[in-house]
Design a protein around this ligand. Structure first.
Ligand code: IPE
Ligand code: IPE
Ligand code: MG
Length: 247
């Protein structure tokens, strides 16, 4: 994969988040039903995690199911939930081989019991790996996460464990589902949709955004590396002037 030689290994994003979109359209393009698209999404997941690990990305977060995705037809939701279970089982060996720590964010209790069980097992088995953290956003919505955060902080205030004056940005960070992850440096969305769809709103405050027309089931290492190269050509100013960054 010669694209990799164009990557500056000193300037790799720490945290990459991906909105894996376009499974339904990919399947439709092949005259198949939407579930066929979801079934063919696993290679893209594997290649993204592998390529991230290869260049030293420390955290990769994949948007797998949103709080809004519960509104889809029951048949599709059920298929996605059973694919989650079978994929986790299937990938466990690869996670172990590649040093992947599996983590989950979202309203996990709303997932079917079976999915929760397998997820807990995989999280437990992989917890001592140390190469890369793969966070699966499942029944995740950033607004739901913020509501949950406010509730947990409020409880501490009511119990006098925390005063209102003490609340700062770190307090919020530490109460989000992503408390153990750095801010998102690069957000990739496939399938030519230019929106955030309720993903990591707080954590993406200063992320670089990268959009590609590639549909998720077709996403491969070369596409991931293209996004990294694009990221490395950006100037992240964080409010400062260009001169302040380069001097
Ligand atoms: C992404 O593909 C997978 C999930 C949201 C679960 P879609 O299922 O959204 O595919 P399109 O966007 O309809 O093509
Ligand atoms: C976002 O994709 C959610 C996931 C990728 C899991 P959607 O396909 O659900 O997003 P919208 O509804 O088109 O914005
Ligand atoms: Mg979609």
């Amino acid at each position: 994969m010669d694209k990799k030689v164009h990557i500056n290994l000193q300037r790799v994003p720490q945290h990459v988040a991906i909105i894996m979109d376009g499974n339904g359209r990919w399947a439709k393009g092949k005259g198949m039903n939407r579930v066929f698209g979801h079934k063919n999404a696993l290679t893209a997941v594997r290649e993204s995690v592998e390529s991230a690990a290869e260049i030293g990305v420390k955290a990769i977060t994949l948007y797998a199911f949103s709080t809004e995705n519960w509104k889809r037809p029951k048949l599709e939701v059920d298929a996605l939930m059973s694919l989650l279970v079978s994929s986790l089982k299937k990938e466990l060996n690869t996670f172990q081989k590649n040093g992947v720590v599996v983590n989950a964010i979202g309203n996990i209790e709303s997932l079917p019991t079976k999915a929760q069980k397998v997820l807990k097992e995989v999280i437990d088995i992989t917890k001592n790996n140390d190469k890369i953290t793969l966070t699966l956003a499942l029944s995740y919505g950033a607004r739901e996460e913020i509501v949950n955060t406010i509730k947990n902080i409020s409880k501490k205030v009511v119990n006098k464990e925390l005063s209102i004056e003490e609340i700062n940005e770190n307090t919020i960070n530490n109460h989000l589902y992503t408390f153990n992850l750095p801010d998102v440096d690069l957000m990739i969305r496939t399938s030519g949709e230019y929106r955030i769809s309720n993903f990591l709103l707080w954590q993406m405050a200063y992320a670089e955004l990268y959009f590609t027309e590639v549909l998720w089931p077709d996403f491969r290492k070369e596409h991931f590396f293209d996004a990294i190269i694009d990221y490395q050509n950006r100037e992240r100013r964080f409010g400062k002037t260009s001169e302040q960054i380069t001097e």
